[in-house]
Design a protein around this ligand. Sequence first.
Ligand code: B12
Length: 457
Amino acid sequence: MAKSVVAVAPKANRRGGADINPVKTPLTGILTLATILDREGYDVKFYDETFTKPDYDDLDPDFLLVSCMSATAKRGYEIAEFFKNKDTKVLIGGIHPSFKPRESLKHCDTVVTGEAEKVIVPILEGEYEGENIVKGEPVRNLDNIPFPDYDLVEGLSKNPDKVSICASRGCPYSCKFCSLNKMFGNVTRTVSNERVIEFLEKIKTLNTLVFDEPNFRADRKRATSLLKSMKEHGISPKRIWMDVSLHAAEDEEFLRLCSEVSELHFTIGLESINKKALNYYSKGKRFSIEKMKECLERIKDFGIKIQGSFVFGSDYEKKDVFKNTLEFCKETEIEFPTFCPLTPYPGTDFRKELLEQDRIFTDNWDLYDNVHTVFYPKNMSPYELQEGIISCYEEYYNLKKGLKHFIRGQFFYGGATFYLHYLFWKIKKENRRYLQALEKISGPERKRTDLKLFNNV
Ligand code: B12
């Protein structure tokens, strides 16, 4: 009889970063592993808790696979513990366990670090018996692994209208607050365009497509030829979301192609309007603030919508950064800015620096979600950083603006504005204890290492 596998993408315990995203699709990394196992003849069930939370009591698989980001690590550990008490062999993997393998191992039998496509079948077949921490191997040729099979996702329509694909791995940049190139390397590997087209052509109900890649235009040739092929094959979903860097604004051919294929939404890490902060984050070529504005305008001239993400809390920013950033967003009319506290994720240089300076006040991973503050900024208190972020959301996503979008016929952004207004009202309400704890450590006699205070907020 075929061995059974349950694969789970946990939903974070708290409302936060994942809820901001307006397009929800199942987690593709672990779904790819589930797809490989399904093809190998395992009896696979896949749950993404964002869509369905099964009754775990009813499940008794031979193997449990749990995927964790930092924000979902605690929830992932809960699920893992639950199955450890059954006769199930429990495996944990993902970006968080890759940098915290010994911590994850306390909750399971085997931790896999890095990319797991090449090792997952051998592990389940017992080839790594006795090894608790297995180092995965980068997949050199992404054409050798299958696309995620959406049919395996429990609770999702067999004809999904929203699909995300991660057709490239690796990022040439090495930003202070990001661990991606330590996880996936700094050379971009891509799936061939023919395969991407073949995959997309099969989804007849495609309405929204998300390219879950660090930078869609990292390989320009591939990006433009993929867009051309999509045009030729009549693949034209209503909306496409992709991450690009601001350099895309200097590439007219790319912008034109984007505008011809679909209603494009660019997610751009604008990070900061403070030059010193930008330098500190150590990203490639820098733009002046004026140049940033010009670039955003050029992108908008092509009818492309912008989700600009800002991070706050560097040593170079003072309290006026919130007001100035809001002004920048209003002036450039970015449709969908996000305002995040810097977060010292495991594996980042930023975390290393803060640890050396004893500036992280909690390792409650539930709070590592790009919404909650977990460290002492230099020029403001943690409470001020948190308040500043919430007030940016409250001010930018106000009801008047929501109505304006509706009047202009921009229903998607009208809806998103109302949703975000409601979300941050809820987040504020649910975080009373957390905010009180922040106030406590923000006073004159702040206690740098009070790790326990935030364990149960
Ligand atoms: C897509 C994405 C999302 C989507 C996920 C939905 C989807 N459709 O996939 C959404 C929008 C929900 C999301 C949300 C968030 N995300 Co996000 N996201 C990504 C992104 C862009 C791609 C993830 C991906 O598909 N990677 C490719 C696959 C192949 O990698 P993988 O998932 O890690 O899986 C491989 C291995 O890890 C391993 N593996 C994974 N799971 C398991 C399980 C087992 C048992 C085993 C053996 C192996 C294994 O094998 C897989 C195949 O090789 C990454 C950046 C990136 N390019 O990776 C950020 C990233 C993962 N996100 C990040 C963050 C911070 C968040 C948020 C907190 C905030 C935010 N940005 O909105 C939220 C919180 C999530 C939550 N659930 O609470 C950080 C994570 C840092 C950390 N330490 O946790 C990243 C790395 C971005 C960054 N540069 O900092 N995200």
